[in-house]
Design a protein around this ligand. Structure first.
Ligand code: HEM
Length: 154
């Protein structure tokens, strides 16, 4: 199935709304990740030594932002080119970091679920099934690119 202009617009519009409150979005995203899969906590430098999710941590914000922003960029690429194209150097770096930190493929489903739940709670009644489908598709394609690179790294 092709990624439509409508789907691209849904992702971009909802990201515009979400990014107005990055501190809250980041904390909510990581809180959800840890709720779904507490076992991933020790992998993150900014979570491993605390019982609480730190409120203003630059690294936490950076990871949350990367997940949302790169998914949004993937939506644009899917519509423009029909595929997700991450620059080789970025992909190589991400592959290496995730392998080194002990990330495995099923963790990507955890992050996907947390992404979708964060969007749902942030957007309230603006969230809908079509938006969910568009974010899911863009995320899945991005995650596949990262997972393939991780396989190549191992
Ligand atoms: C680090 C992106 C999924 C765990 C990073 C970095 C990037 C990134 C760019 C490097 C950060 C830096 O050095 O500045 C992404 C994207 C993802 C994704 C776009 C999904 C589309 C995941 C998943 C996990 C994970 C599924 C595991 C649950 C980590 C960890 C680090 C990291 C533990 C090191 C963070 C630290 O301790 O500072 N990620 N990631 N990532 N990622 Fe991901």
């Amino acid at each position: 199935a092709t990624f439509t202009e409508k789907q691209e617009a849904l992702v971009k519009e909802s990201w515009e709304l979400m990014k107005q409150n990055i501190p809250e979005l980041s904390v909510r995203f990581f809180t959800t990740v840890i709720e779904i899969a507490p076992q991933v906590k020790p992998m993150f430098s900014f979570l491993k030594d605390t019982d609480e999710i730190p409120q203003n941590n630059p690294k936490l914000k950076a990871h949350a932002m990367k997940v949302f922003k790169m998914t949004c960029e993937s939506a644009v690429q899917l519509r423009e080119k029909g595929e997700v194209v991450v620059p080789d150097s970025t992909l190589a770096y991400m592959g290496a970091v995730h392998v080194k930190k002990g990330v495995i493929d099923p963790h990507f489903e955890v992050v996907k679920e947390a992404l979708l739940r964060t969007l749902e709670s942030g957007l309230g009644d603006k969230w809908n099934e079509e938006m969910k489908g568009a974010w899911s598709e863009a995320y899945d394609q991005l995650a596949t690119a990262i997972k393939d690179e991780m396989k190549a790294e191992r």
